[in-house]
Design a protein around this ligand. Structure first.
Ligand SMILES: NC(=O)c1ccc[n+]([C@@H]2O[C@H](COP(=O)([O-])OP(=O)(O)OC[C@H]3O[C@@H](n4cnc5c(N)ncnc54)[C@H](OP(=O)(O)O)[C@@H]3O)[C@@H](O)[C@H]2O)c1
Length: 236
């Protein structure tokens, strides 16, 4: 693995999150990916990233589940605690109920610092309680960035079904994946990982656009990349 500490590049006028550290990964590498939440979304994306040649550590509060998932998926798959997965991953996927984010953000603060976090989590008041009301009011992109402070958060995978996430590699590029974040290098690494699982990434804007990356918005569902681009223009 060829990793270098690098300084921020402000490539396209996208603002860089002031509190976050420089990203330590490059795009187009085989990466170690730490997955926090190994349910429908975490297991589907983890399986697809393994297929693409990345190394994955699954985690949840149920290590036995994660061990058997890793054993089933074979070489390159590991299981650990959320802390171990967050330390293992050069890139992290968070795929937990939104209500888990405040505590995870605090407990994993050291491990997530400076890393790309792909945030698939959606705030649903009926499931997640008050934190979801707060996140919806603030906008999920801004809310997740605050809860996972110090990381480079990119929202993605928020409004496509988990089954599609595990099957998109069969029809590469057919479905466009809207993504939002503030750091250019993080967006580039996320884009490569999204292509690796079979979607065509579409950067729709900075973290304020993360409010549209969840079920029930105009960008939700399966659409071509061109369609995602067209809809995103109308939202800005
Ligand atoms: N399902 C979909 O099609 C879909 C699509 C897009 C986005 N999403 C969003 O993605 C997130 C995950 O959805 P999902 O369907 O994968 O949910 P899920 O199947 O219920 O999986 C959630 C995972 O998170 C773990 N978890 C829960 N609390 C945790 C904590 N405090 N620390 C560590 N791990 C924890 C759970 O295991 P333990 O409870 O054993 O810890 C489980 O592995 C949600 O926010 C959802 O809204 C879902």
């Amino acid at each position: 693995m060829n990793l270098h500490r690098r300084h921020f590049l402000i490539l396209t006028g996208i603002a860089v999150a002031a509190a976050a550290l420089p990203l330590e990964t490059h795009a187009a590498e085989k990466l170690k990916i730490g997955i926090i939440g190994s349910g429908n979304v975490g297991s589907a994306l983890g399986g697809s990233w393994l297929r693409a040649g990345h190394e994955v550590m699954f985690s949840s509060r149920n290590i036995e589940h994660d061990r058997s998932l890793a054993a089933k998926l074979g070489a390159g798959a590991h299981a650990g605690t959320p802390q171990e997965a967050a330390a293992f991953g050069e890139v992290l996927l968070f795929a937990v109920p939104y209500r888990a984010l405040p505590e995870l953000g605090k407990n994993l603060a050291n491990e997530i610092k400076g890393k790309l976090i792909i945030d698939a989590c959606n705030p649903f008041p009926s499931r997640d309680g008050e934190i979801a009301d707060w996140a919806r009011e603030k906008g999920a992109g801004l809310a997740s960035a605050e809860l996972l402070a110090g990381a480079h958060v990119v929202r993605a995978f928020n409004a496509v079904g988990a089954a599609r996430m595990g099957a998109a590699y069969k029809e590469p590029g057919r479905v466009g994946m809207p993504i939002a974040g503030d750091d250019a290098e993080a967006l580039k690494v996320a884009s490569d990982l999204i292509r690796d699982v079979g979607f065509e990434p579409v950067i729709v804007g900075g973290k304020e656009m993360g409010q549209y990356l969840m079920p029930g918005t105009a960008l939700a569902g399966e659409r071509s990349a061109d369609e995602v681009r067209r809809i995103a223009v109308g939202l800005r």
